[in-house]
Design a protein around this ligand. Structure first.
Ligand SMILES: Cc1cc2nc3c(=O)[nH]c(=O)nc-3n(C[C@H](O)[C@H](O)[C@H](O)COP(=O)(O)OP(=O)(O)OC[C@H]3O[C@@H](n4cnc5c(N)ncnc54)[C@H](O)[C@@H]3O)c2cc1C
Length: 430
């Protein structure tokens, strides 16, 4: 669609059609199936290959995320590209002790699934294009957001003729320069970890720099991966190899290799043969010889948590609300649980004819998800700290930790449920 075809007012405007914004829009549409809610999704980047969400990465979707995508009717189109994880193997390079979790002992078909982000992009974009309640405007950038209370302070004379439910004025900018002003009852900000709109609104984040970068690539190796996801902790940081479908007869996996910031440029620039050799040293020979590495990309790693997630008429979702270290594969999985909970709550609010942007509703969302967010953020953060340290006491702690998790069934179950995105935390469901 073109900017000129936009309605003057939407119930919900989602800024960012990446993994989280697109998933949320589909979840909200599924909650209000009579089409009585109008949703606009705007995405700045046209090509799936260029969008930060749909680049060459792969994502480990938890079992809980599969359930969410099933409810949204999206799993069917993702399943052909989803490689099941039947076992997770967590180990510590150079130290004794490992945790092995398998799907059979947890009573599920798979602990999770690995999907290349480009396939997620294709499925989500098709769902946005086809969504009867969704207008999808791409490419278009939201250049500014203005709370309507700011444009019409009490005692400032007659207000402009905005719809009664409107709380936000949204300026939409098409790359051609075409500009359009619309209003929304609620704006869902899902514009990723480098949000200029947050800056504009004065919403700050607490940021913890890990001084690490994740180097990602697809790799090919000798032995079948047998649907095992490997998490290996090394003195420079964690390294994961996730199982991918074979391609042209080659056994493949998605590599996420965390290295210190100071090492990253050097590792990125290594000739392929030397890169493979170093990787083999770090990872060992569980998958036999590594014989090919695809193109590499490096991501700086931070833990960033927004100091405010909601304001009247505004809610932050996905990386803009919380960006996590990817080691435990929790960032998108947490954001999908947030998105699903918010969609359910907004569906209920709409059915009662109440205002979607009211602080009472949005604060309820925060209350519902706070426990899950805190637990998931802490799980990722402390795992990273514990397993990146060369401190002797911490080495002993993790040796003991891995050993105990593997031997104590209750601990193992808790660890596995967290990894599978099934730890029950929402107070609505508790
Ligand atoms: C190496 C790595 C591996 C990971 N692996 C996993 C994993 O295995 N499992 C997991 O759960 N998570 C994983 N994650 C985390 C996951 O990738 C993120 O949680 C997810 O990408 C967040 O998506 P998002 O939509 O919030 O942000 P983004 O992906 O950044 O998308 C934001 C979108 O908003 C658009 N946008 C920005 N500004 C505007 C604007 N003004 N107007 C309109 N549009 C705009 C952008 O173009 C973009 O498409 C990993 C992360 C990394 C770095």
């Amino acid at each position: 669609m073109r900017a000129s075809e936009l309605r003057p007012h939407y119930d919900v405007v989602v800024i960012g059609g990446g993994l989280v914004g697109a998933s949320f829009a589909c979840a909200l549409q599924a909650q209000v199936s009579d089409g009585s809610l109008r949703i606009l999704v705007t995405e700045a980047v046209e090509s799936l290959q260029v969008s930060p969400s749909f680049d060459a990465r792969s994502t480990a979707l938890s079992y809980g995320s599969r359930k969410i995508y099933e409810r949204l009717g999206l799993w069917e189109s993702l399943a052909p590209y989803a490689t099941p994880i039947n076992r997770i193997h967590v180990s510590d390079r150079g130290h004794f002790g490992a945790v092995r979790i398998d799907s059979a002992s947890m009573g599920v078909d798979a602990l999770g699934y690995v999907v290349e982000n480009q396939h997620l992009g294709v499925a989500l974009t098709a769902a946005l294009d086809a969504g009867p309640a969704i207008d999808f405007l791409c490419p278009a950038t939201i250049s500014s957001l203005t709370p309507l209370s700011d444009t019409h302070p009490v005692g400032a004379g007659p207000a402009r003729d905005y719809p009664p439910a409107a709380t936000m004025r949204v300026n939409v900018q098409h790359p051609s320069g075409e500009l359009k002003e619309i209003t929304a009852a609620l704006v869902v900000l899902a514009d990723g970890g480098k949000s200029t709109l947050c800056e504009q609104l004065g919403i700050s984040s607490s940021v913890n720099h890990y001084a690490q970068k994740a180097i990602i690539s697809n790799i090919a190796f000798e032995n079948p991966h047998a649907n095992v996801a490997y998490e290996r902790f090394t003195d420079s940081g964690p390294l994961a190899v996730l199982p991918l479908a074979t391609l042209h007869g080659e056994q493949r996996g998605a590599l996420i290799w965390t290295v210190s910031e100071s090492e990253a440029d050097e590792v990125m620039a290594l000739p392929e043969s030397v890169f493979v050799q170093k990787l083999q040293e770090r990872f060992g020979h569980r998958l036999g010889m590594i014989h090919k590495v695809g193109s590499r990309a490096a991501y700086p790693l931070t833990l960033s948590v927004a100091r405010e997630q909601v304001r009247p008429g505004l809610v932050l979702l996905g990386n803009v609300a919380h960006t996590l270290h990817p080691v435990a594969g929790q960032g998108l999985n947490l954001a999908l649980r947030d998105a699903q909970e918010l969609a359910v709550l907004l569906g209920e609010t709409h059915a009662l004819g109440q205002s979607l942007g009211s602080m009472r509703v949005l604060q309820r969302y925060v209350e519902l998800q706070q426990r899950d967010q805190d637990a998931t953020i802490n799980f990722s953060h402390y795992m990273t700290r514990l397993f990146s340290s060369t401190n002797l006491a911490l080495i002993w702690a993790r040796k003991f930790g891995l050993f105990s998790i593997d031997l104590v069934p209750a601990l193992k179950k808790t660890f596995a449920r967290q990894a599978m995105g099934l730890a029950e935390r929402s107070i609505r469901r508790a």
